[in-house]
Write a protein that binds this ligand. Structure first.
Ligand SMILES: [Fe+2]
Ligand SMILES: [Fe+2]
Length: 149
């Protein structure tokens, strides 16, 4: 079995937060909640971070991965109108939530903010951690869409 001790240590304080727990109330794809989706992305990003031949900051990587979709609403519903164009806008909302609700730093904000690249072509990932999260998210989203309906 893989060693997920470091992952658990870094993510424990985030996962225990009630706003993060709230992601269990929103559906991401099919029957997958946003919380499950984010946790899957964190696990894959962690494995990728351990596999690449360059140094990665695991704290930034895992915080960014777990909070990359921390936008806290059901994107299938229109809400107050702010959910329109979800694909283009949710990354900014999630990044701001991570800073205001959990006190995440600028590096983590950047990871979350750029995770929808290249859909948002101008928000190119600016760090190794951001690039890994961006890639892990696409792999997991594809897998969830194809196999977990
Ligand atoms: Fe996203
Ligand atoms: Fe995602």
């Amino acid at each position: 079995m893989r060693d997920y001790a470091q992952l658990q240590e870094i993510l424990a304080p985030i996962i225990s937060d009630e706003n993060v727990q709230d992601m269990k109330n929103y559906i991401q794809h099919g029957s997958i909640t946003t919380f499950e989706h984010c946790f899957s992305v964190a696990k894959l990003a962690y494995r990728m971070g351990n596999a690449v031949p360059f140094e990665v900051d695991m704290t930034i990587l895992l915080q960014g991965a777990m909070l990359h979709d921390f936008y806290l609403y059901d994107w299938h519903e229109l809400g107050d109108g702010s959910h329109r164009m979800h694909g283009f806008r949710h990354a900014k909302r999630a990044a701001n939530n991570a800073v205001t609700l959990l006190g995440m730093n600028e590096d983590v904000h950047s990871v979350i903010y750029s995770h929808m690249w290249p859909l948002n072509p101008l928000r190119v990932p600016r760090s190794r951690e951001a690039f890994i999260v961006c890639l892990a998210d696409k792999c997991i989203a594809l897998h969830e869409t194809l196999f977990k309906r």
